[in-house]
Design a protein around this ligand. Structure first.
Ligand code: 5GP
Length: 205
C-alpha cells in the first residue's frame, strides 16, 4: 500500500553535524534532499546545484517576490530559502523530502504543512559544538563566534520541535532519525486511506 511522502525538517546549531547526518540519511535511499538557495559565498569544495544554489542578493529577492520559495530566512548576514517547485513535486510523487534548515524557516514550514516532522539535532555539549566549528576550518573567528551566539538563540526554539536527537555518533543519530520517520509513517493520521481500502476489499469477499 503506497504511503504519502513526508516532509522531514532537520535543524540544529552550526557544528551539530546536520550536513553529515543528512548525507547518511540520503544514502539510505529513503529520502529526497531539497537543495536550498543562498546568498552565502560557497565554501571550498561546495558545488553550485549540489550543496546549494548560490545566488546574488538580487536574484534571491526576485525568487522571493515571485513566490518561488516555500520559506526563507536571514541567517548570520545571508539569505537562505527552500525552492518551492522541487519539494512540491517530490511530495506529489509520494517521496519523503528532507529540508536541512534553520529554526525560522522550520516554523514557517510547520505553518504551511502542519503534518511535517521537525527534528532538532544537537551535539552532546556546547564545547563539542565550538570544537567542531573550529575543526571544520571553513569560518573565521568572528563568524564562528556569531554562529555560536546564534546557536544559543536557536536552542530557545527547541521545544517547538517534535523530536530532539543528540548527535553522539553519526550512525546512531542517522538510525534515530530513520526510526522517527518509520514510526511517523505508521501514524493512523497518515494512513487514513487504509480503512477505505480494507472496507472495499471486505466487500469484494
Ligand atoms: P550554512 O551556511 O552553515 O550552510 O547554513 C547556515 C544555516 O542555514 C544552517 O542552520 C542551515 O540549516 C540553514 N539553511 C540552509 N538552507 C536553508 C534554507 O533553505 N532555509 C532556511 N531557513 N535555512 C537554511
Amino acid at each position: 500500500m503506497k504511503k504519502e511522502g513526508m516532509l522531514v525538517i532537520i535543524s540544529g546549531p552550526s557544528g551539530a553535524g546536520k550536513g553529515t547526518v543528512v548525507t547518511e540519511l540520503i544514502k539510505t535511499g529513503e529520502f529526497s534532499l531539497s537543495i536550498s538557495a543562498t546568498t552565502r559565498k560557497p565554501r571550498p569544495g561546495e558545488i553550485d546545484g549540489t550543496h546549494y544554489y548560490f545566488y546574488d542578493k538580487e536574484t534571491f529577492e526576485t525568487m522571493q517576490k515571485k513566490n518561488q520559495l516555500l520559506e526563507w530566512a536571514e541567517f548570520c548576514g545571508n539569505y537562505y530559502g527552500t525552492p518551492r517547485k522541487y519539494v512540491e513535486k517530490q511530495m506529489a510523487e509520494g517521496k519523503n523530502v528532507i529540508l536541512e534548515i534553520e529554526v525560522q524557516g522550520a516554523l514557517q514550514i510547520k505553518e504551511l504543512y502542519p503534518e511535517c516532522v521537525l527534528v532538532f539535532l544537537i551535539p552532546p555539549n556546547l564545547e563539542e559544538l565550538g570544537r567542531r566549528l573550529i575543526k571544520r576550518g571553513t569560518e573565521d573567528k568572528q563568524t564562528i563566534n556569531r554562529r555560536i551566539h546564534r546557536a544559543l538563540e536557536e536552542m530557545e526554539f527547541i521545544l517547538q520541535y517534535d523530536y530532539i536527537v543528540i548527535n553522539e555518533t553519526i550512525q546512531k543519530a542517522t538510525e534515530d532519525i530513520c526510526a522517527i520517520v518509520k514510526a511517523e509513517s505508521m501514524k493512523s493520521s497518515r494512513n487514513t486511506k487504509i480503512k477505505e481500502q480494507f472496507k472495499g476489499e471486505i466487500e469484494l469477499c
